[in-house]
Design a protein around this ligand. Sequence first.
Ligand SMILES: [Zn+2]
Length: 473
Amino acid sequence: MNWRHFALLGSCLCAAPVWAATIPNAGFEQANADGGAGPASWTTDQWGDVQATFTWTLVGHSGRGGRVQVTASGATGDAKWWGVDFAADGQDTLYQVSDWYRADVPTDLILWVQFADGTESYQPVLTLPAAATWTQASGPVTVPAGAQRLRVLHVISQIGSLDIDDVACVGQNGGGTIGTGKYKATVTFTFDDGWLSAYNMLIPRLEKMGWRGTNFIITTYPDKPGYQSDYILSKDVKSLMDRCHEVASHTLTHPDLATLTAAQWTSEITDPIPTLKAWGSGVFGIAPPYGSYTQPILAAMAKLYPYMRTLHPDVNQPPYNLHELNGHVLTNISQNNELEELLTRAEQIEDGWVILVFHRASADAPSDAYVTPDQFQGFLDLVQKHGAKVETIAQHLGLQQCTPLPTQPTLVVGDKSLDAPAAATSATAEGSSGTASGCNATPRPNAMWPLLAGALALLRARRRAAKPNVRPG
Ligand SMILES: [Zn+2]
């Protein structure tokens, strides 16, 4: 029976069962029963211009592992251990795919999916950096409903080596028991003020989930003398946009607008616009500092900006009030159940939308202006468990489409990728040699290579888009 259930650990209120795949010989421990030299349930695979040797290593992350050594590469192709497929969870569409790996070049984690009618797709999960020591790769992936069979593929496509071990695939919706609502919520992560600590500690975690956020920037602060150790620079603002984050206005200098003269508040909401444009941003939204404004200010903002975000801690439901969107601040004392409650309410409403507000980050979160990175990760994990859609505000309102970077032409569906792979592939146990022929894995239909190439191209585009941009210090 390819099923087992275990309870979710931790403080999540939704202690629902989670489905976990039993992947045959996931740890590369068992030998091939039919006398072949390779590990049971694994064959090897290479295609295109890539040539590789495969080794069933003696030292994996735990016990033995599998090594792929690419000795030649070109415009197309990759190499990987190709495990037997396993049954998908009939209820889940959201999975967490993981393995342990070591590699001296970037590699890609992909989920192979087969549907009832035999059609297949490749769902990109993560592009992984080189790692000198055993490192866990773990990422979420949403597969279309109706998936029947799955495979976890960790592929290498350039000259170098990749070791893998302890592959896993876990359904995240527990058969639909997490979240009691009828609908999936949309969640937006917003970051106010442009704090460097959020940029360094929170946004990379958001990106690791494959998500992007909305950044309300005090437009005179980036590059301002004396502010550079606390606030991001204009180059960071541009980098955020390059990575498909949204940039929006948080006024010129962060005053309490309601206390200013009309001339003053007019300048505070109008004058950020040329700066946003100079950064290359569209003019999408504004968030008044401290959530403070008056009716005349509201009317003026509505003329200048397509939307405005408040600090009213509630779910947004259609028809959205674009000029007073609700935004819920999560602070150092917020617990997962505060977010759980918001998500659950949003799930009762069609197009329910939760906008979360964050400021600074630090490991010890000395005040409610901060969250800790661990706390933030807990919020991310909870949103993921709910299967919510995460978008920037401008994306959700259809104002912004971050154009994906063009895929590498060499990886787009092409003639070479349809060619048959080199037939001979050796799987070598360390200290002895032999082939892995006779393994019980099913060969892959050739017609699927263009799909795999497409998944790889997408991952590469993401890798360029999501290049880590952590400032020193
Ligand atoms: Zn602020």
